[in-house]
Design a protein. Structure first.
Ligand SMILES: [Zn+2]
Ligand SMILES: [Zn+2]
Length: 241
């Protein structure tokens, strides 16, 4: 099973690099990590016993990550192997909750309460006993990046990268704020987030003015895609759990 990223050491440098690019750096890194995780799952761990065990317990990946997996070209066999194990486990658990068919039929007919209890038992038996592997990885990586920011934003190189960046999205700003216990760092985060969000707000205003104008095409500058960046700021990057 792919390990959680050895974050502490890499997160700092990854963040410095990602902050120089557009959008929320944490979202950007998590998108990259998510892709890498699914690649590793398919091409390095699809025959690994531990991975199979986890895949069985989690009943496959969550909706989002399961479908992401299907977009990895050339991975049909690996997906079949992993999901066959998950489905095998699902059937096993389902069968375990089954009373003999005739007994069950009798129960359903005679005792509504008994039938409800039996139905609940089936539902419970199908419940995953561990979270989606990719979601788990995502959460660990997310924590590592946010802890690194919360602890190292006083470092001049990281601070400069953050101040020159587009800032973080709303969900990651909230998560970061919940980890901060240093007044200086708090001040820096508030200042930078205010500045970066205000910038997009102003661009939205400009976009709306230009859009309404006759010669909209010629007048669009940086504000042209501000509507999309506003969605990313408030919701985080598309497709992140
Ligand atoms: Zn984000
Ligand atoms: Zn997931």
């Amino acid at each position: 099973m792919p390990d959680a990223p050895s974050m502490a050491s890499f997160a700092y440098y990854d963040l410095r690099e990602a902050l120089a690019q557009t959008g929320c750096a944490v979202c950007r890194l998590l998108e990259r990590d998510g892709e890498k995780f699914l690649d590793a799952l398919l091409y390095e761990y699809s025959a690994d016993a531990q991975t199979h065990k986890a895949f069985r317990a989690a009943r496959g990946l969550c909706n989002r990550h399961g479908w992401d997996l299907t977009h990895h070209v050339g991975s049909a066999l690996q997906i079949a192997v992993l999901y066959r194990a998950s489905l095998d486990e699902t059937l096993k658990q389902f069968n375990r909750g089954v009373s003999p068919a005739d007994l069950l039929a009798r129960l359903v007919k005679r005792f509504r309460g008994e039938a409800e209890a039996a139905a609940l038992q089936f539902a419970e038996a199908l419940e995953p006993t561990r979270p989606c592997l990719a979601c788990e990885y995502h959460n660990k990586a997310q924590q590592a990046y946010l802890h690194t920011l919360a602890e190292h934003l006083n470092d001049s190189a990281l601070e400069k990268a953050y101040q020159d960046s587009d800032g973080l999205c709303l969900p990651h700003t909230q998560m970061l704020l919940r980890l901060i216990n240093d007044a200086n760092i708090l001040q820096k985060v508030i200042t930078q987030q205010r500045r970066s969000w205000q910038k997009v707000f102003d661009q939205l205003t400009l976009f709306m003015d230009h859009y309404r104008a006759e010669n909209a095409d010629q007048m669009m500058g940086d504000e042209g895609d501000s509507w999309k960046r506003a969605v990313a700021i408030l919701a985080g990057s598309e497709g992140l759990p």
